[in-house]
Design a protein around this ligand. Sequence first.
Ligand code: EPZ
Length: 436
Amino acid sequence: MDKILVTGSNPLAGSVRISGSKNATLPILCASLLSSGPTTITNLPQLRDVDTMLAVLTTLGVKIEKKGPSSVILDTGACDQYEAPYELVKTMRASVLVIGPLLGRIGKAKVSLPGGCAIGSRPIDLHLKGLNRLGANIELSDGYVNLTAAGLKGTDIYLDFPSVGATENLIMAAVLAKGETIIAGAAKEPEVVDLANFLNRGGAKITGAGTDRIKITGVKELQPVEYQIIPDRIEAGTFMVAAAITKGDICIKGVVADHLRAVITKLQEAGVQMVDDKEGFRVYTRGRAGLAGRAGLADRAGLAGDLRPVNIRTLPHPGFPTDMQAQLMALMSVTEGVSLIEEMVFENRFMHVAELNRMGAQIKIEGHGALVSGVKSLSAAPVMATDLRASAALVLAGLAAKGTTEISRIYHLDRGYERLEEKLRGLGAEIERISD
Ligand code: EPZ
């Protein structure tokens, strides 16, 4: 298995371009099932999860044609299969997003239950409750969920929790249903909006995406379209932290600031400087004297430049994204002072704490919260990636640690970051991938 070696580097400098959003790509690829004919998706990120989703669609009869590194044509004319197998679903929970479009397109779906993953049990009860409200008959057997629907009928649905996946599955199931569907308590993530924009371009009638009340008026059919995926806000946030933790000065191209307000605000609260101009999104930290000297904040100036500790509580959008929690924890672990980081979305998303502590961080978990006491510097150690965003946090910590950190199980990283080490090297980082 591959490993990554990252050496505590000089301040990052230069510019980097953000790839397409993984979490917008996955539902949109599934949504192509709702129309018959060639759908073209551009700005597609080259990720393991995208390859897995393309494999799932291939088993459903979709003809896939890659047009260059970040474009694909999906011909869904002959989509007549309806089973997503365990071998694929177990590697990527987002495979359950084929359920809504399959029900809408052919009236049945047989999908392996996703099972848990490193960050939690990840049930799909909210998906199934809403699909049942739309008229689907649901049976669970042998680890599969079997759904059939003679014809879905629009209705009112209330989500007990603003689940991103449930919102996306229900939108996709409702676009070809008879009549009007209201999803109350819907997720407001930018990726939900991108899915709605994709479907509306094909002739769907969806309003309210991005709010907690989404209305879908069923139509007879959708047309295949060409669509460009939005930039990946979590990749952008990860690079913002990379600039801050190395006291660097970088320009990130392709950031949509509105998709990342909570992260930008929190980093500014910590003392990270940001300027969103036509060149791109500049992120840097002022030298210690620049801030502390003037305002007598020496006692609060952090160790990563002039940063200050901040408290984080992850919440559904527009709250602070859970997918940025591990990355902020890495930054706080080298920021003088104490930060409280609360994970309110997933039940087990602190797997990176033990690994960061192996590098000399001082983090103590108390239930949903982690108390982080910033240390002067981390020290390199062999560490293990446990899930996608935890892997990113370990790379960030390695960039700020003394010595060379070896990160194993980086297949987790490849699920959601396109050519991360290449992009970081382009900013001056000392990082390489080795085959073990
Ligand atoms: C999406 O996962 C993202 N994945 C996740 O990103 C992200 O962390 C998450 O939304 C929250 O923002 C994709 O979009 C492919 P949820 P999803 O349904 O849809 C509970 C990454 O790193 N829940 O909003 O699976 C669930 O257990 C990944 O890119 C139910 O209880 O997230 C969790 O505690 C990780 N029942 C919470 O809701 C359900 O039926 C949020 O889950 C569904 C969810």
